[in-house]
Design a protein around this ligand. Structure first.
Ligand code: SF4
Ligand code: SF4
Length: 371
């Protein structure tokens, strides 16, 4: 498995394009493409946020990938994403504009087909079928371009997690509600990524996010572009670059248990890993594991009790809340209402998925431990 790493000091086309060219060459992408292919690029556009913040895939990375494709004869290039929140023309037009993707037209077509198709997953543990946005289902070649971030629920967000955005709009909170436990939710994510099976995954880590990701954290630039065909081993590698233990990220551990993560087969091409990397701050939701010194047979019961005592819940800062309702719209448990232009959370029913925190544009929702 070839993993590329290119150092890119900042978001400038003249710096990103050569890095993309080197990555594509190292991975042999030209040999896999036909000029009549419909190539779908799946970015991270989780919310309407300017590319100045490390929340969404930077449009210059998409632009350089599309430029490389066009220079290799591919002209049918579609950008397709279902962000958090609604999946319709009004919502997506705003996202394309705010996230800086609008400027990519006409070289890249911005998807305006908001239909979805059912794709069977007969052997799935989690789901026996997925409802997936049509451009992804109809693509000849999928390029997954994600942003490297910490994540309140899953701990880490890279290639696998980015593919959750192929589920249309508010069907995503329904999956959160169906699989509230991290083990089940992660299993669903891995199965979904196997169904989507992108041919190439690029990680935008020129600027990345630490702390309360995927939307409320802060900048932690790695000045890197990563690319690989094997998104599972790449997620293992990228989590390590962030100073995370990849085996504590449930979706990566599960992918490894399925034989999808093969670090021993990884060959790194491009620039060397800088020796100046520092660890990313974790989201407030991530529980401390102080079981390291306990005998193995005590770990499970201890973690069961600690998991309940240390369970995290959303906490609202009334002063910051503008009553926009985005949290209520995305809450799978339907326990948030807007009253007098403020969000009101019911005490019971929270599944601690943090979709509300993820979608809040004002960073008005923080994390409170039960204890
Ligand atoms: S908490 Fe955030 S998302 Fe919810 S209504 Fe207030 S500002 Fe909007
Ligand atoms: S209140 Fe927030 S964390 Fe709780 S279920 Fe709703 S979206 Fe998830």
């Amino acid at each position: 498995m070839i993993q590329t790493l290119q150092l890119v000091p900042e978001y400038k086309e003249e710096l990103i394009y050569p890095a993309i060219c080197k990555s594509m060459e190292a991975l042999g992408i030209e040999k896999e493409l036909q000029t009549d292919f419909k190539v779908v690029i799946k970015p991270n556009m989780v919310m309407a946020k300017s590319p100045d913040f490390p929340v969404t895939t930077h449009p210059l990375v998409v632009k350089c990938v599309a430029r490389w494709l066009r220079e290799h004869g591919v002209t049918n290039i579609i950008l397709a994403e279902s962000s958090g929140g609604l999946y319709n023309a009004e919502h997506m037009k705003n996202l394309y504009h705010v996230c800086g993707m609008k400027q990519l037209e006409p070289e890249v077509s911005l998807n305006m087909d908001f239909s979805a198709k059912t794709v069977n997953c007969p052997d799935g543990f989690a789901n026996h079928s997925f409802h997936i946005i049509t451009p992804i289902v109809e693509a000849d070649y999928i390029i997954n371009i994600c942003k490297l971030k910490t994540h309140a629920m899953t701990g880490y967000s890279g290639g696998i997690k980015n593919l959750f955005g192929v589920i249309p709009g508010l069907e995503k909170p329904q999956l959160h509600y169906r699989w509230p436990e991290i083990e089940d939710f992660s299993r669903m994510l891995v199965e979904l990524s196997q169904i989507v099976a992108p041919q190439l995954t690029v990680i935008d880590a020129i600027d990345a996010m630490e702390g309360n990701g995927p939307t409320g954290g802060t900048s932690h630039p790695l000045h890197m572009l990563l690319a690989a065909k094997d998104l599972y081993t790449q997620d293992y590698f990228a989590a390590g670059l962030m100073g995370l233990d990849p085996m504590k990220i449930v979706m990566i551990r599960q992918a490894m248990e399925k034989g999808l993560v093969k670090p021993e087969e990884m060959e790194l091409k491009g620039d060397p890993i800088p020796d100046t990397l520092t660890s990313f701050k974790l989201p407030d939701t991530q529980k401390l594991d102080f079981t390291g010194t306990l005998p193995g047979f005590l770990k499970k019961p201890f973690l069961w009790i600690a998991g309940r005592l240390l369970k995290s819940y959303p906490q609202l800062d009334q002063k910051l809340c503008i009553g926009c309702g985005k949290c209520a719209e995305s809450c799978p448990a339907h326990i948030i209402q807007i009253k007098n232009r403020k969000a009101v959370f019911k005490k019971k029913g929270c599944i601690s998925c943090f979709c509300c925190q993820e979608m809040c544009p004002m960073k008005a929702i923080s994390v409170k431990k039960a204890l």
